[in-house]
Design a protein around this ligand. Structure first.
Ligand SMILES: Cc1cc2nc3c(=O)[nH]c(=O)nc-3n(C[C@H](O)[C@H](O)[C@H](O)COP(=O)(O)OP(=O)(O)OC[C@H]3O[C@@H](n4cnc5c(N)ncnc54)[C@H](O)[C@@H]3O)c2cc1C
Length: 375
């Protein structure tokens, strides 16, 4: 049967765009479908681990062109005001998703990927071929990558387990102007959630927090909630009071699920958040999205190059690699989130890491990867 491309990618966030660049660079015909326009702001802490730098350079996407901030220090504070600091083992950089996603999009376009602005409404797999239906057309492909993020209508179409379970988490993010150290990423705990603060390009401060809906809904609006709940942490109060909002209003998303997902479903290889979301307090979701795109792309290239590899083998290999690289990190993220959203445990945690400063970098290492090796 005739197909429109070798690989069809659903979703043009970091995972989808990275895979599009990697596969097209190796002469596969790629179609990517993204429902939103570029550039666009996204709810994200925008601190990204340096582990992905060698790989992005190898792809010809050198992010230093975007003038990110270099981040080397980490501060953690509890609602009580107790604080602990550490040097980040690998370090990272601060860049807005507005710039980063658009940068990768431009790179994918220049690699001759076909990028369609459309909404995928259905995916079926019959006789070894996928049929992907969008609002405007029907496309066929032998391989489909699911890169549709943490929650999408496609999850519902595929009847994925996590979709029907209600999640208590929502997130709020905005850019601000003010004073904040360029080289610092701070994680401030508050009752019912935690808030990341760091700088991105152009001296802009990103403030992004994850909040428990049960606590949030007791207040009439975001401002009210922040003043009554987040300001209880004196460090966060100082950050907000010394910053001016640059957006018209903060961006919000809800139903953020940290439930287990499968890296392959209905023969679709899932990459980025579509395969599993790590708690944002780990600051590693973006690096994982990019890394999972690399792993999937390499296996797809092998599949197309070697006629002996069958689909079943491709799926098994991807599942194995995904679990090897990300399984433990996600599990560690879940444990940390449980500790750091509990008042008593958080205070014990901060006292412990403040007294034994070597512990914190070791914990950070458990949620991060090593610099991505290029073969
Ligand atoms: C509050 C919060 C803070 C975070 N902070 C950090 C941080 O500081 N550092 C870090 O590394 N990670 C952070 N993360 C995680 C990070 O944002 C994600 O891991 C990352 O965005 C994953 O990229 P992705 O490509 O998988 O998904 P996304 O970037 O969400 O991209 C998915 C794309 O799919 C598109 N799409 C969905 N459905 C369809 C459809 N039907 N048809 C067409 N297109 C579709 C969407 O429009 C979207 O563009 C944070 C997450 C949250 C929730």
């Amino acid at each position: 049967m005739e197909t429109n491309s070798d690989v069809l990618i659903i979703g043009g966030g970091l995972a989808g765009l990275t895979a599009a660049i990697h596969l097209s660079q190796n002469n596969l015909k790629v179609t990517l479908i993204e429902k939103s326009e570029f550039p666009k702001h996204k709810v994200c802490g925008e601190y990204i681990s340096n582990e992905i730098l060698p790989y992005l350079k190898w792809l010809g996407a050198d992010v230093s062109e975007l003038h990110p901030t270099n981040i080397s220090k980490f501060e953690f504070t509890a609602n009580s005001g107790k604080a602990a600091t550490a040097t980040l083992p690998l370090g990272g950089f601060g860049i807005s998703r507005y710039s980063l996603d658009n940068f990768l999009y431009q790179k994918a376009v220049s690699n001759n990927c076909t990028i369609l602005k459309d909404n995928v409404t259905d995916v079926t797999f019959i006789k070894d071929i996928f049929t992907v239906t969008t609002a405007n057309q029907i496309l066929k492909a032998k391989i489909v990558l699911g890169a549709f993020g943490k929650r999408s209508n496609v999850d519902q179409v595929l009847n994925r387990n996590f979709f029907n379970k209600k999640s208590p988490w929502l997130a709020v993010k905005a850019h601000y102007q003010g004073n904040f150290d360029n080289d610092l990423v701070a994680l401030h705990n508050f009752n019912g959630g935690y808030c990341g603060v760091s700088k991105v390009e152009n001296n802009i401060i990103n403030i992004c927090y994850l909040a428990d809906y049960a606590t949030f809904k007791q207040y009439k609006n975001i401002e009210d909630y922040q003043q009554n709940v987040l300001y209880k942490n004196k460090h966060l109060k100082a950050v907000f009071e010394n910053s001016a909002l640059l957006f018209d209003k903060p961006l919000t998303i809800s139903q953020i699920s940290f439930e287990k997902k499968q890296p392959v479903e209905n023969h679709i290889l899932m990459i980025g958040d579509t395969a599993g979301l790590i708690h944002p307090l780990c600051g590693n979701g973006m690096a994982m999205a990019i890394h999972s795109a690399k792993i999937a792309s390499e296996l797809i290239l092998e599949y197309y190059a070697d006629k002996c590899i069958v689909r079943n083998q491709l799926e098994k290999n991807y599942t194995k690699e995904w679990n090897k690289h990300f399984g433990k990190r996600i599990a560690m993220g879940r444990i940390l989130a449980r500790v750091l959203t509990n008042k008593t445990l958080t205070n014990i945690f901060v006292s412990l890491v403040a007294s034994f400063p070597k512990i914190l970098p070791e914990i950070i290492k458990q949620t991060h990867g090593k610099p991505i090796a290029i073969n």
